[in-house]
Design a protein around this ligand. Structure first.
Ligand code: BG6
Length: 467
């Protein structure tokens, strides 16, 4: 039996705002990634320039050609919101932005690569963040719906696979970049958390309904970053903390999306904190969208372990776990230079947990490893660590399919080529293709396929047989 079905969508994923550069070109407005003030990660020397990034804006044809050479069946990318609505509040879309993505989509289709479009990925117009506090405000949900409507209408005959919102579950945890929001003064974490949970669900749901209205046979999904958390020890408080954090940091998003209502544990969370979300119209929309969801998308990078705090009082215990979790890398796993656990077994278990809870097909739309790399004297990048990472993770996914019957639609590696990290760093490289930001030929940045490029090409060619 072949573990990977014939139409398995092998490929890669990109966040365009981290790759394109050209940040004021063709009418584009500033967005939250452009203006986000990065707190340097450990060892980070400089903040790379978002105005150039990987120069993908001008070199996308070359990049797509290289993806084609690897045999990609699908590529996930994002349509940068602030290219379509520069301020977010305009009456109509910026046609230059739509034209640009049309050229890109046409190029994917000509190569037989299925475009998988994300509608928001760290790219909310900065104006919406500054003036309305992003998705903390309901008005921004409507502005988002305008963006979705313009994009979906324009590409209705060309794009079948849609991801409404990148890593929506992280909105309350990383609010500025993911939701364009900051905690308002005198506001409790609980209220901020529950407002963002509700408004982002509404944004997702509206997007689902718009997509299905214009493209009835579209394949639509919501997306989370699934960092599956395990108890640090077998002490009951660690086990309980793991249960709580997985619910609130990850599952809650899919629990609501797939059923159209708040799960019981979350209703109790709100009631015990005297929080009321009154929005009957919104709940109807969320409910209707839940019936139209086709699959679930996840990014997976790592697992973590948690130790439960010492609070005796249950409310304090929960609050501490949800809003101030003590997360670490397990002593049994190795980690990257950025302290992210390398845990293929954890990947298998994460897939199984999702499959068991939701019984839906899963699309892995991000998985990969960030490494610091240099071109060697022979002009090559021998990234054996990346190959090793992919081999073990893809094998783990294969085991989840084979031993647990998990339904997987496809696997999109992060990333086809190097681009800036979420912390605007080129030093943390994820690509199969090296972007030589020092080496400019004319007005282009040089691309060099790494060793992993050929390994992944071979993997796709054999539909995973080389594993
Ligand atoms: C995901 C995001 O969280 O992880 C990406 O969707 C991001 O945009 C990726 O780049 C890897 O994280 P980082 O911080 O290493 O860039």
């Amino acid at each position: 039996m072949d573990t990977f079905h014939k139409k398995f969508l092998w490929g890669g994923a990109i966040s365009n705002v981290q790759a394109e550069g050209a940040y004021r070109t063709d009418g584009k407005g500033l967005n939250v990634y452009d203006t986000f003030e990065v707190q340097k990660e450990k060892g980070q020397k400089n903040i790379n320039k978002v105005d150039i990034a990987s120069n993908h804006y001008y070199q996308f044809k070359e990049d797509i050609e290289l993806m084609n050479e690897m045999g990609f069946k699908a590529c996930r990318f994002s349509i940068v919101w602030s290219r379509i609505y520069p301020n977010g509040t305009e009456e109509g879309p910026n046609e230059m932005g739509l034209d640009y993505y049309e050229r890109m989509i046409n190029n994917f289709l000509e190569k037989g690569i299925e475009p998988v479009v994300s509608l928001v990925h760290f790219d909310m117009p900065d104006h919406l963040s500054k003036k309305y506090n992003g998705f903390y405000s309901r008005e921004v949900v409507d502005f988002f719906a305008n963006h979705v409507g313009s994009v979906v209408k324009r590409f209705s005959s060309k794009v079948k696979y849609w991801i409404t919102y990148n890593e929506m579950n992280t909105a309350p945890y990383w609010p500025k970049l993911v939701a364009g929001a900051n905690v308002p003064d005198n506001f409790s974490q609980e209220e901020f958390y529950s407002t963002l949970v509700h408004n982002t669900q509404l944004a997702h749901a509206k997007a689902v309904l718009i997509i299905k209205k214009w493209i009835p046979d579209a394949k639509v999904s919501g997306m989370i970053n699934f960092t599956h958390v395990h108890p640090k020890t077998s002490e009951p408080k660690d086990i309980e903390a793991a249960h709580i954090i997985n619910n609130y940091m990850s599952f809650l998003t899919f629990d609501i999306m797939t059923t159209g209502r708040y799960p019981r544990y979350y209703k109790n969370f709100l009631a015990l904190r005297n929080i009321e979300i009154s929005d009957s119209k919104g709940f109807e929309i969320i409910q209707e969208a839940s019936r139209k969801l086709d699959f679930l998308s996840v990014s997976y990078y790592q697992t973590q372990v948690i130790s439960g705090p010492d609070f005796k009082n249950q409310l304090e215990f929960e609050n501490s776990v949800i809003f101030n979790p003590h997360l670490e890398v397990s002593k049994y796993t190795k980690s990257t230079d950025w302290g992210w656990a390398i845990d293929p077994k954890g990947f298998k278990m994460a897939l199984e947990a999702l499959s068991e809870r939701y019984n839906m097909s899963i699309f892995i739309v991000e998985n990969g490893i960030g490494l610091e790399e240099k071109v060697d004297e022979l002009g090559q990048i021998i990234d054996d660590k990346r190959i090793y990472y992919y081999k073990n993770h893809i094998k783990a996914m294969q085991d989840a399919i084979q031993y647990e019957g998990v339904q997987i639609l496809g696997y999109l590696a992060w990333a086809p080529f190097d681009f800036l990290s979420s912390h605007k760093e080129m030093r943390k490289r994820y690509g199969f293709i090296y972007i030589d930001s020092e080496n400019v030929t004319g007005d282009k940045l040089k691309r060099i396929p790494k060793k992993s490029f050929y390994w992944y090409k071979n993997l796709i060619e054999t539909n995973g047989e080389i594993l």
